[in-house]
Design a binder for this molecule. Structure first.
Ligand SMILES: *Cc1c(COP(=O)(O)O)cnc(C)c1O
Length: 437
């Protein structure tokens, strides 16, 4: 069952969400593993011959990682911490891809250790320095060369990586760097990730990036090329960035059209070279909602402000990227009409953080919220809990996973005591967890 191409916030079972909020309190993340599985299946169906790697940074919860592994996707990890989580979720080395971006020494040391036990692991490298630092640690295993394709795509300037010098080896240097790397490593692939948010309008820049990668893979593997030995590459990875329609009237991505455009742009692939993709958001975004309770309603001359218990520390995307998240009033206030019977009223939904940017929406028409109502913030499963922080000394929210209808708390709500753990342990180094692990 691969399900519909988008699950809107209004498609969730409102009574079920209200019951979860009543039982577990708010703010509360709810992540539906059945929907995660459907998204995995739709991706695998649209890209049947491709290696599909889940970019775990979108949502690293163990339950999600296990579901994704069972659905047959590999894991793309951006840090030692993400690798550690993927290993814990049962991914073997042959399904682990570590993408090093200015990797701290501690991360490289950790990866070196993992690679000894799991030599099928692949390290994706975006700077010559990183190759040198891997070699210094005695690493001579599988590597993939990350190319900066010079083309960016993305829903916001801050997530466009393709053109940003921070990521990857400049495309005019990539072939030479890949050839040099074969002297010290097993070079198995080339990679590019142009950014987040491939949508129907940005398909052209995606196509252009993929076509450049196709050219590069043919150049590197060409048995008749001028440049001595052809490389024995296994794959060309064209990254993630598959967009999700956050706005209610936005059409979902036509995955089969993206797949067709991708295959066409990369063709012809040399024999033995597979296409790989790395979706993060697409796998988990519409599988999650954030539930938050209204605690304040304030009419000002300019706007009607609805204060809620979730803010930018729970869901950072609106404050950081001006991101739109759909919001549905599920009602529940004492003595209030059901939301269907209330007047649609423009409101600004604001969180509890002392920052002007701490709003979930501004002047948006919602079924007029009253104190005690529950609001569902939709499409919150990707980069939601992952970007949560304790700013303003706010404990992070709880998360519940739904699996075939059964709800389980998978991340407990943090407590005030959690906020000071690292300070207390610094005072007593051999404290509760013992030592420096
Ligand atoms: C973040 C990231 C992805 C996934 O991006 P999405 O927009 O979530 O699909 C894939 N590859 C790399 C290297 C990334 O950093």
């Amino acid at each position: 069952m691969s399900g519909p191409s988008i699950r809107r916030v209004s498609d969730w079972n409102a009574d079920g969400l209200a019951a979860l909020a009543a039982e577990h309190d708010t703010p509360l993340y709810v992540q539906d593993l059945d929907r995660v599985r459907e998204n995995c299946e739709r991706l695998r169906g649209a890209f049947p011959d491709a290696d599909v790697r889940y970019a775990v940074k979108a949502h690293t919860g163990q339950a999600v990682l296990r579901a994704v592994r069972e659905a047959g996707l590999d894991a793309e990890c951006a840090s030692a911490g993400e690798l550690d989580r993927a290993l814990a979720a049962g991914f073997g080395g042959d399904r682990l891809h570590y993408t090093a971006v200015n990797p701290p020494a501690r991360d490289l040391d950790y990866v070196g250790g993992v690679a000894e036990a799991e030599p099928a692991l692949t390290v994706t490298v975006g700077a010559v320095d990183t190759f040198d630092r891997l070699a210094e640690r005695g690493y001579d295993g599988r590597v993939c060369v990350r190319v900066n394709p010079g083309v960016g795509a993305g829903h916001h300037e801050k997530v466009r990586t393709g053109g940003a010098a921070k990521f990857g080896i400049p495309s005019d240097r990539a072939a030479a760097v890949a050839r040099e790397a074969t002297e010290r490593f097993d070079v198995v692939g080339i990679h590019a990730h142009a950014g987040s948010g491939i949508d129907p309008e940005q398909l052209d820049s995606h196509r252009e990036m993929v076509a450049r990668m196709g050219d590069l893979v043919r150049e590197l593997t060409d048995p008749d090329g001028d440049d001595a030995v052809p490389l024995d590459l296994e794959y060309v990875d064209v990254g993630g960035g598959f967009g999700v329609p956050y706005e209610e009237d936005e059409p979902p991505l036509d995955l089969s059209a993206v797949a067709a455009a991708t295959r066409e742009a990369v063709a012809p692939l040399p024999a033995g070279v597979d296409l790989a993709i790395e979706p993060g958001r697409y796998v988990v975004a519409d599988a999650g909602v954030l539930l938050t309770r209204v605690n304040t309603v304030k009419q000002t001359p300019e706007e009607r402000v609805v204060g809620v218990d979730a803010g930018m520390t729970d869901l950072l995307r609106p404050a950081m990227y001006d991101a739109y998240h759909p919001i549905l009033n599920l009602g529940g206030a004492a003595d209030a009409l059901s939301p269907d019977e209330r007047q649609a009223t423009p409101v600004t939904v604001a969180g509890p953080i002392c920052e002007t940017g701490d709003t979930l929406c501004r002047n948006r028409a919602l079924a007029d919220p009253a104190r005690g109502d529950l609001l569902a913030v939709g499409i919150a499963g990707a980069y939601g809990y992952e970007m949560a922080s304790q700013y303003n000394s706010r404990p992070r929210p709880a998360e519940v996973a739904l699996d075939d209808g059964t709800a389980t708390v998978v991340r407990r709500r943090e407590t005030l005591a959690d906020l000071t753990t690292v300070e207390r342990e610094a005072e007593t180094p051999a404290g509760p967890t013992g030592g420096d692990r």
